[in-house]
Design a binder for this molecule. Structure first.
Ligand code: SF4
Length: 358
């Protein structure tokens, strides 16, 4: 089992479920707007939120923001160890540094000493765009072996300072390279691992790369906390991270939606029904998560060919007919309802299912 660390009230590693992270994309000095965005991220289900701290003014703002929000906050630091120390003193729940660009051993030691004093972890972040020169030379460019070596080397540096509250991350925008590098560090260390595909692109291309990259790692049993990186609104990162976990059934309380692609046999507005169910189950999934309930599957199927089978296999489902639908619950037919009542009927059943647990 991997080691675990605590970031605020979130455990990363050990037996803890995979946590979702994101990063604000507003100038950290703009305190009211950053606080607003953090609240949106929290509302969307983000559990750990990272803020860039590029200067001392941002470090001061970080402290003020920390007082106004509940979610654990991570200070993202490059180059200047004094910013890391300041952010830690102002209440950071974790700092993300790349020891390689912090400079001398003394400077790294200052960050470690501050983190120890506050009992917070350090995320050692290695990125394919900023690998050490000697590693690039040794491997003839950016390779999985080089990324893994850099992450392990940096972790060892902290270990030599008697610090092991470490989360490792190494990120590449190349999905295959990213996968291979993670396999290597997962074999060689038992620190918790932060996974993601860096600079994956816009919502359209980034979603695909992240689904494959993060999904592949999770299937291989790698990943204790994750961030989907998308160009644009970070709230979308959280929705999509939740979708990945939900699709893999590894999110407690999640609701997995199964729906057929429709075809010439479809005799009702199945796409509309599936989209309405998809939207409406988001708050229900949140409630299930809060109650610690296991994941469920909801099937929205277009006809009698595969519909009854899928709907029966799911926890709740509908098999469409001509302007109507047969509703299933836990493998049993409940009733047949007109098309316009299908969504409300399914939602009622999902809601009732939580009754005894509230
Ligand atoms: S379930 Fe029925 S309507 Fe949907 S794709 Fe299959 S055959 Fe077509």
């Amino acid at each position: 089992m991997r080691k675990s660390v605590r970031c605020g009230d979130v455990i990363i590693g050990g037996n803890a479920p995979v946590s979702i992270q994101s990063m604000t994309n507003i100038d950290t000095r703009d305190i009211p707007r950053v606080v607003g965005q953090i609240r949106q991220l929290e509302e969307a289900g983000c559990q750990i939120i990272r803020l860039a701290v590029p200067d001392m003014e941002s470090a001061d703002a970080f402290g003020q923001i920390k007082k106004q929000v509940k979610a654990p906050l991570v200070a993202d630091i490059h180059f200047d160890y004094r910013l890391a120390v300041a952010a830690i003193e102002k209440g950071a729940d974790k700092v993300r540094i790349n020891p390689g660009n912090i400079g001398s051993r003394e400077r790294i030691q200052a960050v470690v000493t501050a983190a120890k004093a506050r009992n917070i972890p350090i995320r050692v972040g290695v990125n394919s765009g900023s690998l050490e020169k000697d590693i690039l030379q040794k491997y003839g460019g950016v390779t999985a072996e080089g990324l893994a070596e850099s992450a392990l080397r940096n972790a060892e540096l902290l270990e030599q300072m008697d610090f092991e509250d470490i989360v490792l991350s190494l990120k590449a925008s190349d999905v295959a390279l990213n996968y291979q590098a993670h396999r290597l560090i997962a074999e060689k260390t038992n620190y918790p691992i932060h996974i993601g595909i860096t600079e994956s692109g816009t919502v359209n291309s980034g979603k695909l790369k992240s689904a494959i990259g993060i999904g592949g790692l999770l299937l291989a049993g790698i990943g204790d906390t994750m961030r989907v990186s998308l160009t644009g609104d970070p709230v979308k990162e959280v929705y999509f991270a939740r979708d990945i976990l939900k699709a893999m059934g590894i999110r407690p309380g999640g609701i997995n939606l199964v729906s057929c692609p429709t075809c010439g046999r479809t005799r009702l507005e199945l796409e509309r029904i599936a989209l309405e169910v998809e939207d409406a189950i988001i708050p229900l999934a949140r409630k299930r998560e809060a109650l610690g309930l296991p994941p469920i599957t909801v099937a929205v199927m277009g006809c009698v060919v595969n519909g009854p089978g899928e709907a029966r296999e799911a926890d709740f489902g509908v098999a469409g007919g001509d302007g109507k639908g047969v509703i299933f619950a836990r493998g049993q037919i409940i009733k047949t309802v007109p098309e316009e009542a299908i969504v409300s009927q399914l939602l009622e059943l999902i809601d009732q299912d939580m009754e005894g647990h509230r």
